[in-house]
Design a binder for this molecule. Structure first.
Ligand SMILES: Cc1cc2nc3c(=O)[nH]c(=O)nc-3n(C[C@H](O)[C@H](O)[C@H](O)COP(=O)(O)OP(=O)(O)OC[C@H]3O[C@@H](n4cnc5c(N)ncnc54)[C@H](O)[C@@H]3O)c2cc1C
Length: 430
């Protein structure tokens, strides 16, 4: 058995060496190895311990093939280890795109399903899982095909199932038409939360993709820039060539302090102050893929926390979170706001709910942990949720309150699959 060094994208928990197996479609079933508990690993783009095995990692990087692509109906069947960026390089030149895309193209199909990811299109597309037509799961007792008509409950448990129901080997996905690799973009500044909500309503009425960057560097002031984008209609479908991923070591210290964040935010505001423009989809969807963002936080790593506050109390909830960050004087180099629609997610443990989502990157400095814990407690009390894909801090009791369906997932969990996240959040309540 191989051994690999694994961490999450944030460097928290810190890197450790794990036993690892590789899965390939027609090779030996990894569950044939006796005893060890397994966890499928995609590209490790999760910000927390959902992507860390409690014992052995099953690497999916050999699951890269496309089984079929119906270019008439926009249906593609791809193996689970292929990245979404690689899929787009195949589909966009043929006039189709994935309806839901995260902020990095490095996420795999398996990882996108297991965390039921959302994107800038939640107002019309909902989550990734809504576009899964069927998939195959490799479980300790064999292979099983799941679709809304066959093994539907297992499908629902697998969408947002955090890799615990087995290893997804391939999935059939519904695409949507697009006739360009280029997008028309526009930006609107907001200087209060009221304006954020007003402008979001305006932009979502016409734009396919909407998201807000938020500047929290001036205590008492929630301001930022809403960005909207829609595919052009010009038939120019050129895609970038495959790029080898470059790996960078962490910088010796974090570049983020309150003064540097303030300067960076001023710069970003200035750069974003131009009018409507035309940008390639890679720039619109995957801006962080152009820099080694996670390495800028230094060897101590960082936290990302993403919360959704229910519609009724979203405004107050977001304000309280910001006040806690200001009070603790924490630098927040990245804050993203997004409205989630009422479109139901198909997964048992899907994160989105109708309301406002706020995602924060916070360097791992003294005090950050306590403040983030307090924020999680506020979110739980408000009836909101924390995104498991980005969590290292929630307690078993908090998880239970936010995700009461966890007991149903536990029933569908393959007893040979486990993650550090699942051990942490279910410890003592099983
Ligand atoms: C820069 C950046 C931006 C992001 N933006 C967004 C965003 O906009 N929206 C959003 O929702 N998320 C976002 N994320 C989080 C990311 O989309 C999820 O964490 C995603 O699940 C990571 O996929 P991965 O392939 O790297 O899987 P990993 O992180 O390796 O694993 C994630 C989970 O998927 C499971 N898994 C992976 N492959 C399989 C498989 N074949 N079978 C069964 N289970 C499997 C793992 O067991 C684990 O539980 C972002 C992450 C980064 C780094």
């Amino acid at each position: 058995m191989n051994r690999v060094a694994l961490s999450s994208w944030t460097g928290l928990p810190h890197t450790r060496i794990y036993p690892a197996l590789e899965v390939a479609l027609y090779a030996e079933n990894p569950f044939a190895q006796p005893e060890a508990t397994l966890l499928a690993r995609g590209n490790g783009r999760s910000y927390g311990d959902v992507c860390l095995p409690s014992d052995t990692a099953v690497l999916t990087s050999r699951l890269q093939r496309i089984h079929s692509f119906d270019t008439e109906r926009g249906i593609i069947t791809a193996e689970a280890g292929i990245s979404l960026a690689a899929l787009l390089r195949i589909t966009i030149p043929r006039g189709w795109t994935l309806p839901v895309l995260p902020g990095t193209g490095a996420v795999t199909v398996g990882g996108a399903i297991a965390n039921d990811i959302h994107g800038k299109s939640h107002h019309w597309a909902g989550t990734f899982g809504r576009w899964v037509r069927q998939l195959e799961l490799l479980r300790s007792d064999g292979r099983i095909r799941c679709s809304p008509s066959d093994n539907a409950e297992l499908l629902a448990a697998t969408i947002g199932g955090l890799g615990l129901t087995g290893i997804i080997t391939w999935a059939e996905l519904q695409l949507i038409p697009c006739s360009s690799a280029w997008m028309e973009t526009r930006a609107m500044h907001f200087s209060t939360l009221e304006e954020f909500y007003d402008h979001t309503r305006t932009l979502e009425a016409t734009a396919e993709y909407v998201v807000a960057w938020c500047d929290l560097s001036r205590p008492g002031r929630i301001s930022g820039i809403l960005s909207a984008a829609s595919f052009c209609n010009d038939g120019q479908c050129s895609v970038p060539p495959t790029a080898n991923e470059r790996r960078f070591p962490p910088l010796p210290v974090s570049v983020f302090s309150r003064p540097t964040v303030r300067i960076a935010n001023m710069l970003y505001r200035w750069l974003s102050s131009r009018g409507p423009s035309r940008e390639h989809y890679t720039t619109v969807f995957f801006p962080l893929d152009r820099l080694p963002w996670n390495r800028l936080f230094g060897p101590r790593g960082f936290y990302q926390l993403q919360a959704v506050l229910p519609k009724e109390c979203a405004r107050d909830g977001v304000t309280t979170i910001c006040e806690r960050l200001w009070h603790a004087k924490l630098p927040v180099p990245l804050c993203v706001l997004k409205q989630f629609s009422a479109i139901e997610s198909p997964g048992l443990l899907s994160f989105p709910m109708a309301g406002t989502s706020i995602a924060l990157d916070v360097p791992n400095t003294n005090g950050a942990r306590d403040t983030l814990r307090a924020i999680i407690a506020d979110v739980v009390a408000a009836g909101g949720r924390i995104y498991p894909a980005k969590d290292v801090l929630m307690t078993p009791a908090e998880f239970q309150r936010m995700y009461p369906q966890r007991e149903v997932l536990e029933r569908w969990r393959d007893q040979r699959c486990c993650s550090q996240f699942w051990e942490r959040v279910t410890c003592g309540i099983q």
